[in-house]
Design a protein around this ligand. Structure first.
Ligand SMILES: CC(C)(COP(=O)(O)OP(=O)(O)OC[C@H]1O[C@@H](n2cnc3c(N)ncnc32)[C@H](O)[C@@H]1OP(=O)(O)O)[C@@H](O)C(=O)NCCC(=O)NCCS
Length: 179
């Protein structure tokens, strides 16, 4: 369990990072749908995103039951601006592994909030049963890769042409952090 924490962004604004609860379902769903629509490097359209608000709420209550899963939120006084999720595998053989996903409202990128979130995720993960955090990132997503490399993630392989947007192909980079 980690307490909520306050952080000063590059623009001087103070934001809070805290663990999500089912009360956040509505605003978390809206946040994800907005950054899915404004990122070139998420292999999903807002239409394809599987959760409505009820589904998001159900997901948050399931995460709460899993010792190897977490949803962390970044917010200011106007509402949510970013999130980072650890989805731990529930199979016995992979219970020590979680997949990381994260995103930021477009107006709040490059303000250091991704770094604050990832720092807190790693603190939490080190106190959990997790030993490995994995993630899949577009190899062309230089901003996200810079963030992951800064926190010690290592690339374990590239799958060429894994993603396609129209005629354009992108490569998948599988990265991991040993805790
Ligand atoms: C990827 C993302 C979560 C990063 O969050 P963020 O709040 O913008 O990250 P930060 O501001 O903490 O920046 C992290 C580092 O990347 C660096 N960076 C940013 N853009 C960069 C670029 N194009 N090339 C190289 N480095 C870059 C920043 O300078 C910063 O390093 P520093 O702290 O040493 O200055 C955010 O950009 C985002 O939501 N993107 C859209 C969704 C997405 O791609 N999610 C990830 C899917 S795997």
């Amino acid at each position: 369990m980690i307490k909520s924490s306050q952080h000063t962004c590059k623009n001087g604004e103070v934001i809070t990072i805290r663990i999500a609860s089912t009360k956040d379902a509505d605003s978390l769903n809206a946040l994800k749908r907005s950054y899915i629509n404004t990122s070139d490097y998420i292999p999903l359209t807002a239409k394809e995103y599987k959760y409505d608000v009820a589904g998001e709420s159900e997901m948050l209550s399931v995460v709460d039951l899993h010792q190897n899963s977490l949803v962390l939120l970044a917010e200011n006084e106007n509402g949510l601006i970013g999130n980072a999720d650890l989805t731990g595998y529930q199979r016995k053989a992979m219970h020590h592994v979680a997949m990381l996903g994260m995103g930021m409202d477009i107006a709040w990128r490059n303000q250091g909030i991704g770094s604050f979130l990832l720092e807190r995720v790693i603190v939490w993960a080190k106190q959990s049963p997790l030993q490995i955090i994995c993630l899949d990132v577009y190899d062309e997503n230089t901003a996200a890769k810079a963030l992951y490399l800064k926190y010690g993630f290592i690339s374990y392989g590239i799958v060429p042409g894994y993603f396609r947007h129209g005629n354009q192909s992108y490569n998948l980079n599988r990265m991991m952090l040993a805790l």
